[in-house]
Design a protein around this ligand. Sequence first.
Ligand code: SF4
Length: 423
Amino acid sequence: MNAHDSEKVAGVLLARGYRQVESPDSADMVLFNTCSIREKAAQKVFTRLNDFRGQRGRNKVVGVLGCVAQQEGERIFERAPWVRMVCGSASYRNLPELLTEIEGGGTRVTGLNLDTDETFETEVTRRDNPFRAYLTIIEGCDYACSYCVVPHTRGPQRSRTSAAILNEVKHLVAGGFTEVQLLGQTVNSYRDPSAAQMNFSQLLRAVAAVPGIRRVRFTTSHPNDFTREIVDAIDSVPALCGHIHLPVQSGSSRILKEMRRTYTRAEYLERISWIRAAQRESSITTDIIVGFPGETDAEFTETLSLLDGVKFDGVFAFKYSPRPNTSAKDMPDAIPEEVKSQRLAILQQRQREIQISENQKFLASEFEVLVDGRHESRGQWSGRTTSNRIVNFTSPAQNLLGQYCQVKITGAGPNSLVGEHIA
Ligand code: SF4
């Protein structure tokens, strides 16, 4: 989402006549888009800002955007007095006005209002990925997971109208895109605010029906809002990609309750059973936090047994990191750093073994791959299947970038498949 926010911010600047230069050194304006989901990322911002320490009183404008901007607010001006703009993610819609202030010579310009029901709409969005276009359909979050800064930094949940979304998809097709990825912190909580009143699965079907669209992805889904209707839509509409990213966070119902995730292990597994019962094979990926305060060895083992049971296609695992403005920050029984590291290593090793073994079952299968890269040194093309699996393959053909190719799988590793172009 942050990467796409940067694309939209760049679009606002381009529409105002700015142009991209080769390096931050030669820029008149440098904006840092920031992430505060983990402490390390938040600290990095101040290290990077130090590179511009000598800019105070000069013409170069240095600004901080995103979640660290929202979280730290005007304290950023105290720690880095050369910064002239601080704008949180919930206030991006005010960016043109903030830029007008800056261009008029303003210093210490801020956009930190969380009280908003508008989304960030841009006339121009710069697209950095030529093969997959991202588009936000819902911003903010109304959940209150006890470890998460997002409701504080991105504000309340607000959806775009289905008409605005479908219009953007049509423009993307006209610009040559065949694959789109719908984005939201809880993308499947989407509720159309217009009279059309589409829910998420209806929106998926409508986007997939736009002529020229061949692949529709979406991320991130919240298990609580994950319905059978979504599975039915994927089953019956080939353009909807067979990949579901469904963060579980823990395999222990007690820890899930402490995390305020609003579902139990059993309810999560029920959703997995819907996906597995579908006619189309879909890949399932997840996020996991290890070392949440009070997590016992037995509760961690429950997470490992969940991995064994579900056999995820990919897991993004993190050590719990206490964040400001979250209720888990002051919870008792913090887990020592070395225990968190051990648990993370055990979990990653277990998942690696699962992926090695699971990926073997694709040997001799055939997949349609959208080609998005070339490894010259290995003489291979690279692309993704509808289920978002990475396939590296050989082909006698030239210029395959952006093409859909049929590939037969000849090898499998933990994170990717290897194959040969067959048509
Ligand atoms: S659902 Fe929970 S983890 Fe996800 S953005 Fe909202 S508060 Fe954060």
